[in-house]
Design a protein around this ligand. Structure first.
Ligand code: IVH
Length: 761
């Protein structure tokens, strides 16, 4: 195309403007997905310039969707959300034969199988891609969704339709059929794609998995179409009719329906056969033409799969046997200390970047001071007692998706001037003492709420996915708002919009800045803080007039008085979206609130247990305020919850009774409407809402299965008998618990009584 606009006819100019609008929009889309600009920055600028010149020459031809009206790139609209009717599970991991043996043993134990009873498993490659759920209704592909958090995924239907391995219509399928499997890219296609990207000046991908993920998550399905993605089916979700009675049968059926199923799948009749097949697949790994990272074993009998059921995010009937991690040697350049939300000082290794299993690694965890010194928690030597020093040549590995670790140190390559690492005894962030309590492997900052690092980590945890999950308020924004002095604790998030028009600063910026500077002993550190803040202020369009404290403070003050919608990088729409997203979370389920508090030892699963146990915020608050660590009815009640141990219980009670923590929690809760947990479909269940205790030997099902069944019917299962127990199920050999039940006058039944109660006699 001629670049001189004055030579074009009107019709040619109009056609070219349409083309440019299209090209620029497409480039914007590509740029906005994190992975892959399709054209170079220079080419993009040239398109924009050509567009502007044409518009100047033919003002009346300027289009309604003119790219010159869009500031920067168009905001990515993102994908719609799809709720998975059945959650998309992940898998537990086994790293060696012992783990697999224990897995098989635990399945047998759960099912109460005798030794001579055989059990069949399938063994198949674990594909290293990303999982996808495809929903078909009456044989038509209705939608395709990524796993997301397992409950809600992204709607990528238009993209899935462009993948050859994914049929858009099926014949002879159940009316409703959700097929689940892995989207991946072959080695050959990956190589060719990277070559093309390189030639066009686009971004290349680190490995086939990233390439597959980046290609599937394109907002423009035409880009996905141009990327050679493939799909293996290996599981299913909702079904209107069963596919088969066995895992292997169901997979064969999916194959008959037109899906690609992995040809290396095998039925194994024994543990030995499973391990042999693992070894066989591992031998072929390099020649498969696509990445796999292990072997998945699944119980073949689907009726038994159903009996085993699942834990919170993983099935009890399957496990992934991972291939050994890849290793690489590199230099340890420095050891940094990070302060976590509970004050833990975590040493992080800064490494000379090295590629391990297709991923560039530049950081690794060093766990704690004992680990660096070359001993475990009990004082026994690890790595033959070799300590880790800055300057050492170290061997790093990645196991699965986890953070890289250090496996070994090469003492023969240790620099002569390397000195043993001295672990700090003061918090590097707030200067408070860092104390290591007896029996704790970790040294912790005692600064509590005054430690800025702890405050930021708490806030990040608070907005994380399983906690408040506020759209548009991720770790990055939280850190920014905290640095600017706009939020100090979770409650502040909910007052931000009310403060937006006046001043978002919680305290006068000059005062806070003076305090932060005073905490730094070195002039260089103080200058670094001022420079950091100046950088942030400039990025937000409020560069200070100079580098001095007073000038930075003044800029912070002006910025804080500027409504978010007028700040560079935000704008009307994102500010409005943020405040709306925050408002949406004022109503929130109890379990999320408990998890979000970031109490030590209380993870997502434990928060769920506590929420179910107490049933409401008020009940939890009253009980935890009154509880005494180690004694009394509220304590007994709490540790009676199956899955809650004394350590966790003490941590929860202490948090609720620690004055400053508690005040902060109360300030938060004042902004919230906390929803009671929904009981599962337990209508008509004779044990819904009741607290049961199993004791003695059960003969018809194992304790674990009985507990899972009871919970599925809405009961709570406690580990000990108390006044709050409603029913005790006592098998032969029941001892003190049955006796206590009798003393307290609690109804006690035997196993047959239990089975007939739940309608399973
Ligand atoms: S079965 C109910 N089979 O691995 C279990 N998963 O680490 C559902 N994956 O989220 C998964 N190959 O994305 C299964 N042959 C295979 C797999 C496989 C890869 C992925 C899947 C899952 C992840 C868990």
């Amino acid at each position: 195309m001629d670049s001189d606009p004055s030579r074009l006819t009107e019709a040619e100019a109009a056609a070219r403007l349409a083309e440019l609008a299209d090209l620029i929009a497409r480039a914007n889309t590509a740029y906005h997905r994190e992975d892959a600009p399709e054209i170079s920055d220079a080419d993009y600028d040239a398109l924009k310039r050509e567009n502007a010149a044409l518009e100047a020459a033919f003002p009346h031809l300027k289009r309604a969707d003119s790219p010159s009206e869009q500031v920067g790139a168009a905001p990515a609209e993102g994908f719609g959300k799809v709720e998975h009717e059945l959650p998309m599970l992940s898998l537990g991991n086994a790293f060696d034969e012992e783990d697999v043996t224990e897995f098989v043993r635990s399945v047998r134990r759960y099912l109460g199988l005798a030794e001579e009873e055989s059990l069949t498993f399938t063994a198949e490659p674990k594909i290293d891609g990303l999982s996808l759920s495809l929903r078909y209704e009456k044989g038509e592909l209705i939608h395709a969704a990524t796993r997301g958090d397992g409950r809600t995924g992204e709607n990528v239907t238009a993209n899935a339709r462009t993948i050859d391995d994914i049929p858009t219509t099926l014949t002879g399928a159940p009316d409703v059929l959700e097929v689940r499997g892995e989207v991946y890219m072959s080695h050959a296609d990956f190589k060719a794609l990277n070559e093309r990207q390189d030639e066009s000046g686009g971004k290349t991908f680190a490995n086939p998995r990233n390439a597959a993920a980046g290609s599937l998550r394109q907002l423009d399905p035409e880009i996905t179409r141009a990327r050679p993605l493939r799909f293996f089916a290996y599981a299913w979700g909702v079904l209107s009719a069963p596919l088969a009675e066995t895992q292997s049968g169901a997979i064969a059926r999916l194959g008959d329906l037109g899906f690609q199923v992995n040809p290396l799948t095998k039925r194994c009749e024994s543990l030995q056969e499973m391990l042999d097949h693992y070894a066989w697949i591992e031998q072929r790994r390099a020649d498969l033409g696509y990445d796999i990272d292990g072997v998945v074993y699944k119980l073949d009998d689907l009726a038994l799969q159903r009996r085993l059921g699942m834990r919170s995010t993983t099935p009890r009937w399957a496990i992934a046997h991972k291939f050994p991690a890849e290793l690489a040697w590199t230099r340890l350049e420095a050891i940094d200390i990070q302060v976590g939300r509970t004050g833990a000082l975590s040493p992080v290794a800064r490494l000379t970047p090295v590629t391990v299993g297709g991923v560039v690694v530049s950081n690794a965890t060093l766990h704690n001071e004992d680990y660096i010194a070359g001993r475990d928690a009990k004082g026994n030597p690890i790595r033959d007692g070799k300590d880790i020093r800055v300057g050492d040549l170290v061997q790093v590995y990645r196991a699965g998706d986890v953070i890289p670790k250090i496996a070994d140190v090469d003492l023969s390559k240790r620099p002569g001037d390397a000195v043993p690492y001295v672990f700090p005894e003061r918090c590097p962030e707030c200067g408070s003492d860092a104390i290591r309590e007896e029996g704790d492997a970790v040294r912790r900052c005692t600064g509590g709420l005054i430690c800025p690092a702890q405050a930021v980590e708490k806030l990040k945890h608070f907005v994380s996915r399983a906690a408040f999950d506020i759209e548009g308020l991720g770790a990055k924004q939280v850190e920014l708002f905290h640095t600017l002095g706009w939020i100090a604790e979770p409650a502040d998030i909910f007052t931000l919009s009310a403060r937006d028009a006046e001043t978002k600063a919680l305290r006068p910026p000059a005062e806070r800045l003076a305090e932060r500077l005073a905490r730094r002993d070195e002039a260089a550190d103080r200058a670094a803080l001022l420079a950091d803040l100046s950088g942030i202020l400039s990025d937000m369009g409020h560069a200070p007039d100079g580098p001095e404290e007073a000038e930075v403070a003044a800029a912070l003050d002006t910025l804080s008085r500027t409504p978010l919608s007028e700040i560079k990088g935000w704008g009307e729409k994102s500010a409005k979206n943020l405040f709306e997203a925050i408002d949406e979370r004022r109503k929130i389920p109890l379990a999320r609130v408990i998890f979000a508090l970031g109490i030590r030892h209380v993870g997502e699963a434990a928060a769920g247990l506590l929420a179910n146990h107490y049933g409401s915020w008020e009940a939890a608050e009253t009980a935890l305020t009154n509880a005494e660590v180690g004694q009394g009815p509220d304590w007994e009640d709490l540790i009676g919850v199956d899955g809650v141990g004394a350590v966790m219980a003490a941590s929860v009670v202490t948090t609720f009774q620690q004055e400053a923590e508690r005040a902060s929690i109360d300030r938060l809760v004042a902004h919230l409407t906390i929803e009671a947990p929904q009981r599962r479909n337990t209508e008509g269940s004779p044990v819904a809402g009741k607290t049961l205790v199993f004791t003695g030997t059960l003969e018809k099902m194992t304790r674990a299965e009985a507990k899972a069944r009871a919970e599925a019917m809405g009961a709570k299962v406690a580990g000990s008998v108390s006044a709050k127990t409603d029913l005790v199920i006592a098998g032969p050999g029941a001892g003190s618990k049955a006796k206590k039940a009798e003393e307290l006058g609690i109804e006690t039944i035997d196993e047959d009584g239990w089975l007939s109660l739940i309608g399973d006699a």
